[in-house]
Design a protein around this ligand. Structure first.
Ligand SMILES: [Cu+2]
Length: 122
């Protein structure tokens, strides 16, 4: 019984720590400005990812490609784990599961145009 009570108390502490995040657990965007954001959805458009850098909680992140006339992909440069790159696409979504750490990625087609991004996962 004592052990169960302790587990409950620890669980509540964990929840409190998460909810103290001023940006909330599900993001919701920050306008997607060039200075970064806290969105769980990263927009893939011609020659840029937005927002980047992006700061999110661990879990699934979504790359949404819906308004690009060119083909793009998400190719990972570095991160705390090994991620499979996305397909090259003009529309659709790519939903990798991210663990805590810092990921760097790029579009292999437009790397020379500076189409790169960073995700900080906590
Ligand atoms: Cu591209």
């Amino acid at each position: 019984m004592q052990v169960q009570r302790l587990a409950v108390v620890l669980g509540l502490v964990g929840l409190a720590a998460c909810s103290s995040n001023p940006y909330g657990p599900s993001g919701g965007g920050g306008g997607g400005g060039p200075s970064g954001g806290h969105s769980t959805t990263i927009i893939v458009s011609n020659n840029r990812f937005s927002p980047t850098p992006d700061t999110v909680s661990a879990g699934q992140g979504t790359f949404s490609c819906s308004n690009a006339s060119n083909r793009h992909n998400v190719t990972w440069d570095s991160g705390p784990d090994t991620q499979t790159p996305s397909n090259t696409m003009t529309s659709g979504t790519y939903v990798p599961t991210l663990i805590a750490g810092i990921y760097h990625y790029h579009c292999s087609i437009h790397l020379s145009l500076g189409m790169t991004g960073t995700i900080v996962v906590h």
